[in-house]
Every structure is written in structure tokens, then in C-alpha cells.
Write a protein that binds this ligand. Sequence first.
Ligand code: PLP
Length: 415
Amino acid sequence: MIDMQTSSSATRPLKAARLRALPAFLFNEIDNLKRAAIASGKDVINLGVGDPDQPTPGFIIDAMDKAMRIPANHQYPDCWGTKQLLNSAAAFMRKRFGVSVDPHKNILVTIGGKDGIAHLPLALLDPGDGAIVFTPAYPVYASATILAGGVVHAIPASADSGWLPDFHSGPTLEALNHAGPRSRVLWMNYPGNPSGATASPALYRDALNFAQRHHLTVASDLAYSELYLNNDPACIPSIWQPDIGADIRTTRAIEFHSLSKTFNMTGWRVGFAVGHEDVINALRQVKDNVDSGVFNAIQSAAAAALDRFNDPEINAIRTRYAERAAIVCDALSRITTVTPPRAGIFVWARCPIDSQTGRPMNSWTFSKKLIEEAAVVTVPGAGFGETSADWFRVGLTRETSRIGEAMGRIASLRF
Ligand SMILES: Cc1ncc(COP(=O)(O)O)c(C=O)c1O
């Protein structure tokens, strides 16, 4: 028998230090409670997910069907992006945001937004370099930083500032200036997950100016770019749009787009990044070594989607989320204060006041109560950062009637 373990490998944990450095997955407990509720036969309504319930629009499936029947598409993909998709992404940026970019220098196709986001730190950070993340935040900015050996500088935003950072004064600026001389990346995400907060052009201008002064690359995650719920696309700017004033040839920044949420395409895994040529090249170099791109037929379907980003079917997706948001806000306003979201696929609200303490409930306690007493799953804000410990997130990605039913159940609870 072969003994595979030397004495040093026997004492070393199986997992590499970079994996051990990742924070515990905070939502496990909620997942376990959800599973237990399902196992006990309860009719669980899961409003914890951000995965659209509706199918991908038919015109996109038709484009995929055609592209799948072309044998050349069965080979390894054009891993930086097919000419067709790069051109469609550039045209989308022009039509939607008034931005002119070189599709071959400034755009890179990604396997969904997460691929680009998760690999960017490997491209830009040396071990010990910092990345600034405003919390509450999508957890991948922090976990990807840690996997790359970087250090996360989490800077809390709060309800008082509309969940937005302030680059001019107050605690944000102080925290930013103390974030460390070796910070290299500044993450932004508006419309934000979980908060739904949207950024003004002025906020991006401030961020880009701050980043330039401190030699940071701005990485902006625009995963929800088309999910404005108020008929006002201007409430979701791109960092590259002309009125912000950043020149893509000279500004070190990158913006991540995704087809997942806008086009009900989460399972297809396709997105793209638009950025300064050097940043795009650095990310390409990482990806050249870890993946082989997106199936060309999917890229063809993604091009068809972007070509018709304003199709009535896409407007209908927004209208449906806006209706659902209204149902949720109306119901929640009876138990707490809630601001209707301008964008995104979530309602983000403060937990109701606990009648025993007179203070908002802790979000773990509140979310557990919703599962146990109403069989409704929501996401506790505590899992996203400490300033949102008494906030919770309700997903709008379940059928409207199920959302209505969930709200009815919540309304019958006592807090
Ligand atoms: C803020 C944010 N960014 C990026 C993603 C990743 O989406 P995808 O990889 O499907 O494009 C998500 C998914 O939930 C998200 O919420």
C-alpha cells in the first residue's frame, strides 16, 4: 500500500490558505431552515433569489436555434468575443449610453458578469494589495480579492446616505483615505445589490477623480443596467457616458455588463466588459489561461438580445418587476418603512420594529421568523455587511401571484 501523506502534508489542511481565508458563507443557516421547511411539507415561497422566473424572450431563443445549427459554431469559441457580439455590444453602448468604444480594444466577452468580476483581481492585484468595497455589497468583490491574495477594505455605506459613498466629506472620505497606500481597485455597483441604489453621473465623476488621484482602477458592476423600474433609463448611467467625462483611452476603469438579468438569461452565462485597453488586456490574459470563452451560438444569441435591448418584450420584463415591487412595497409599508426601488430586482427594507424592544429587529431573527412562521424566504441584510444588520432583501423574481401570497402571509404576522 502506498502512503500518500508525508508528515508535513498530513499536518497541512487540505484546502489552500486562500480558500481558508474566505469568509464563512453567511447564508447557510437560512438555506438550512429553508430546506427544513420544504422537508416538513410547507409550501415555501422563496424570495431569496435573484434569478428571473420568466423564460428568455423568444427572439433570443430563435437566434440561438439558428446559430446552433451552424457546424463552425461547435468548435472552440472566439474566446475574446465574436466579431458579431463585440460589434453588438459596442452598438448597445452607443445607443444606450452615447458612448463610442473600439469593440476590439475596449470590449471583452465574459462568461456572465461574475467571470469578469471574479478574475479582475487576479489581473490587477499583487498579494497584499487592497481593493475598496462599499458595503453592503455583492459578495464576489470581496471573495475574489481574497482569492487573489488581496486585502479587502470594506467601507460601509448606510441608509442615511441612500447606500451611496460620499467622496467629499464625512466618514466615507476618511475611510477611503485610510484604506491603504497599496489599494489598487475601487469597486462600485449601481443599481446595487442588495440596496437597489442608483448612482448619479456626479457620483461616478467623484469616484473616477478619487481613483485617479490614488492610482486606483475603478471596476463598476452594471449587472442591472436595463432594470430601471421608473421608465427612466437615465437613472442608470454608464461610467463611460460623455457627460461624466472619462476618456476610455486614458482612464483606468472597467465596467461589467451582463445579459443575465435584463434578458432572463442567467443560465446562458454571457456578459461583457467595457474598459481601458490595458485593463481589458490584463483581464484577457487571465482568462486566456483559465477558460476558452462562451459557446459561439450563445454569443450569437447575446448579439440578437443586445440589438433589440429596447424590444417591447424587454420593456414588459421591467413593467412586471415594477408591478411586483409595488405589491411588495404596499404590503411591507404596513409593517415597516419602505422606499420603492428605482431599479433592480429587489426591494430592500428595514426590518419591522420589535414590539418588545422598540427597535428594528435583527435581520437574522426576522428572516428566520419569516421562514418558520410564514414559509417565506428573504435574505437578511446582516449577510451583506454590518450597516445593514437590520435590513432585509426581498427578491422580485417569483410569479406575481406567489409574491402576493407571500406578502399576505407576512402581513398576518406579529412582531
Ligand atoms: C451585483 C451583481 N453583479 C454580478 C452578478 C453576476 O451575474 P452574472 O454572472 O449572472 O452576470 C450578480 C448576480 O446576482 C449581481 O447581483
